[in-house]
Design a protein around this ligand. Structure first.
Ligand code: ADP
Ligand code: MG
Length: 346
């Protein structure tokens, strides 16, 4: 007992229950809150360190692509990774940095098969980066819009179910994706992997919209925006805080992905942004007359695209609906052994 109290500050309590440390700020000693002269917000200090990646440890490879975040690079950190290098306009701004830290910390809470694996982040300005596992597959966007791959109904349903599972998990964790779109959904050997959840406001803070179109709207983004968001868009949109993103607006975006899977194109194809904003804001929807699909399949679109957020289903309900869609069975003779017909399908 004496030795325990002598060692004093190395609290035996926290040794026995290390899990508590994360949430119990008071257990953190002062030295923990100072990293290289920078004072982290006290309540985050310990949790911060566990996924902080020193910038020097990252091997940054060739760029994969440009997004609103800045550039995504292939990289190496204990294996292949994707590195999002964040370009911030005003790195001295503590508020901006805090915002970045908060947004990134939502990543940390996620553990789900259908969500990209968050590995860590570099949080020391001016080197800000988010490190995730590298997706080896292609995005739904590439499949649908570039390669013009056709998804049959069974595959469409399977993809939608996995998206709904990942999204249902996010919402259960209190995370709104805010940027669900076919470009942020990877398909790896039939498995769906969703990326970029909760990072949307960071992109805004980075001033990443400079190069884009009128109204500061990146191309290919509009058709995912729900009526209530359309109606809140302003000519000089700066922070997404002003936009009413919600679980229901994620569901609206899911509706658009469902449409892309079914039709191979975006709704309101070829129409100018002003026309789309006006129509959606007024409650008009992409007509479905030319869509060859059953009533149930179209009903999903209509539900997700409901004008009022409260009328849209949540992902749990969507999973229920998707599960009830009739599955087309591949014809096989009754005597045909199941394992053989399986291998014939693949
Ligand atoms: P967007 O999602 O609008 O395409 P991003 O900045 O998110 O913009 O991505 C830029 C590019 O990097 C895209 O081509 C995207 O497919 C690719 N990319 C993003 N994250 C990953 C990842 N984890 N693995 C592989 N490629 C990725
Ligand atoms: Mg992305």
């Amino acid at each position: 007992d004496r030795t325990a109290s002598a060692s004093g500050s190395t609290s035996t309590d926290s040794d026995r229950t290390p899990v508590r440390v994360d949430s119990q700020d008071s257990q953190v000693s002062d030295s923990d809150t100072i990293t290289d002269g920078h004072r982290w917000p006290r309540q985050n200090s310990l949790s911060m360190r566990e996924w902080d990646i020193p910038y020097d440890e990252l091997k940054i490879g060739e760029p994969i692509g440009m997004g609103r975040f800045g550039t995504v690079h292939r990289g190496y950190w204990h294996g292949d990774v994707a590195i999002k290098l964040i370009e911030m306009d005003d790195l001295d701004d503590e508020k901006t940095l805090d915002h970045f830290r908060n947004e990134v910390s939502t990543f940390r809470k996620t553990r789900h098969e259908n969500l990209v694996l968050f590995m860590g982040a570099c949080m020391k300005p001016p080197k800000l980066a988010v490190v995730t596992s590298l997706s080896k597959g292609m995005t739904l966007y590439t499949h649908i819009h570039l390669r013009k791959d056709k998804f049959n109904m069974n595959r469409t349903t399977m993809v939608a179910q996995q998206i709904s599972q990942g999204m249902g998990y996010l919402h259960a964790k209190g995370i709104v994706h805010k940027d669900l779109k076919s470009k942020n959904i990877f398909l790896e050997n039939g498995k769906v992997v969703i990326t970029d959840f909760g990072l949307f406001s960071v992109t805004k803070l980075c001033g990443g919209n400079k190069k884009s179109e009128a109204l500061g709207i990146p191309p290919g983004w509009l058709c995912y925006l729900s009526p209530e968001i359309m109606r809140s868009l302003k000519a000089h949109q700066s922070y997404d805080d002003e936009l009413p993103f919600s679980n229901a607006s994620d569901v609206y975006a899911f509706g658009t992905v469902w449409y892309e899977l079914l039709c191979g194109e975006w709704p309101f194809k070829g129409q100018p942004p002003e026309a789309i904003i006006w129509q959606v804001g007024k409650g008009m929807k992409q007509p479905l007359a030319n869509l060859q699909a059953s009533r149930d399949v179209k009903d999903i679109l209509m539900l997700c695209w409901s004008y009022r957020p409260g009328d849209r289903p949540d992902f749990i309900r969507l999973l229920n609906i998707l599960d009830k869609l009739p599955k087309k069975r591949l014809a096989r003779s009754p005597s045909h052994p199941i394992h053989l017909s399986r291998s014939a399908e693949s």
